[in-house]
Design a protein around this ligand. Structure first.
Ligand SMILES: [Fe+2]
Length: 368
């Protein structure tokens, strides 16, 4: 069947547009709020000496992403795993090549970080299989309520959204199927001070409703839980780094609780443009079999870059743990504010407070 066969579907779909959705009865109840165990990054040595004495760390961009080489995740002890969590919270995502983890050892390793999450479409209790996207994502939104290849933080609609995720690639095409991550510290700092204040006073409505419909409509599986809508602060204070992080995403946020609909729709449009335009806060990763990425959903958004590689040629194993309920502390600082404060302390002079960026970006005469 070609992707054009259902092209007559309207682009605004009602909740009952597919009888499979109306008739499905989820097997599990909606989750209650939990208090997860203390984040392992909070046990780590800020210098990360145990980890960085055995691994070579290379930052991949100024804003986000570090490659760790010369180390097998399977050999890390608990002290080193705690330091890895701190590095992930700070850099957003950390990458590894040629790892010897199996699904069992990955699950065991990730249990160190807390209670393992279960995705609404997940049948295995301890991990989820990630395939990728080779459909036409620009047309998908005509057929399905959910932007399948959109920027998201994993299951951000949960009352306890995931903190850390780890994806290990078992099968992969030679080219295509890259994943990109964007820093939520960075895209908050990229806003003007006026917009920063606006978002700090809003709650974003994160919903699983659209993905729920899509799981039933396109994936051919039944979600195990009913859909939920959760109001989370549109800017959070990261519980490990203490930094302000943007908390709006394309995949699950449908609006802002405090706004009128027209205001909310326009601000969401802006938000999606803002994320897509943030090349300077982005890292793009080319996978190979045996590659691993570990990221912090509270600090980054991610998206698979859709391609034309053969369906079934990409297979990854993802493990995820629950985080705490997101919160915002108006007295917390953004990453740029912290860097300016620290630069000011080092110089012995007052920290810069003029609201401009510039710690990591000197003006260049020639672009490119
Ligand atoms: Fe994801």
């Amino acid at each position: 069947m070609s992707s054009f066969d259902n092209y007559w579907y309207p682009d605004t779909l009602g909740i009952n547009f597919n009888p499979k959705i109306k008739n499905w009865n989820p097997t599990d109840p909606i989750r209650e709020e939990i208090v997860p165990p203390k984040d392992r990054a909070l046990f780590a040595d800020p210098q990360k000496k145990a980890l960085l004495s055995v691994a070579e760390a290379t930052p991949l961009t100024e804003s986000i992403g570090t490659l760790l080489e010369g180390v097998q995740l399977s050999q890390l002890n608990e002290t080193q795993l705690d330091e890895l969590a701190l590095l992930v919270a700070e850099r957003g995502v950390v990458f590894f090549r040629d790892q010897d983890l199996t699904t069992d050892t990955q699950v065991k390793l990730f249990e160190h970080y807390g209670i393992l999450d279960k995705h609404p479409a997940q049948k295995e209790v301890r991990h989820v299989t990630i395939k990728g996207s080779s459909s036409d994502w620009r047309r998908d939104s005509v057929y399905t309520p959910w932007p399948q290849a959109g920027w998201h933080a994993d299951t951000s609609f949960e009352i306890n959204p995931p903190s850390y995720s780890m994806l290990r690639m078992e099968e992969h095409p030679e080219v295509g199927g890259d994943t990109a991550w964007v820093s939520q510290y960075g895209i908050f700092d990229a806003l003007s001070p006026t917009y920063q204040k606006l978002f700090e006073n809003l709650h974003a409505v994160h919903t699983s409703r659209l993905q729920y419909d899509t799981i039933l409509d396109l994936w051919g599986v039944g979600p195990n839980r009913p859909p939920i809508d959760t109001h989370h602060p549109a800017v959070i204070t990261h519980p490990v780094t203490g930094l302000k992080a943007w908390n709006v995403n394309e995949g699950f946020v449908t609006g802002f609780a405090e706004l009128k609909k027209a205001e909310s729709d326009k601000l969401l449009d802006f938000s999606i443009l803002h994320i897509h335009a943030a090349d300077d806060e982005l890292v793009r990763w080319k996978w190979k079999v045996g590659s691993v990425a570990m990221w912090d959903n509270r600090a980054v958004l991610h998206r698979v870059i859709p391609g034309k590689y053969p369906s079934g040629s990409r297979k990854g194993v993802r493990t995820t743990v629950f985080g705490g309920k997101p919160s915002f502390d108006p007295n917390s600082e953004s990453r740029d504010e912290r860097e300016r404060r620290k630069a000011g302390q080092k110089d012995g002079g007052p920290a810069e407070t003029n609201g401009t960026r510039g710690v990591r970006g000197e003006a260049n005469g020639i672009n490119g």
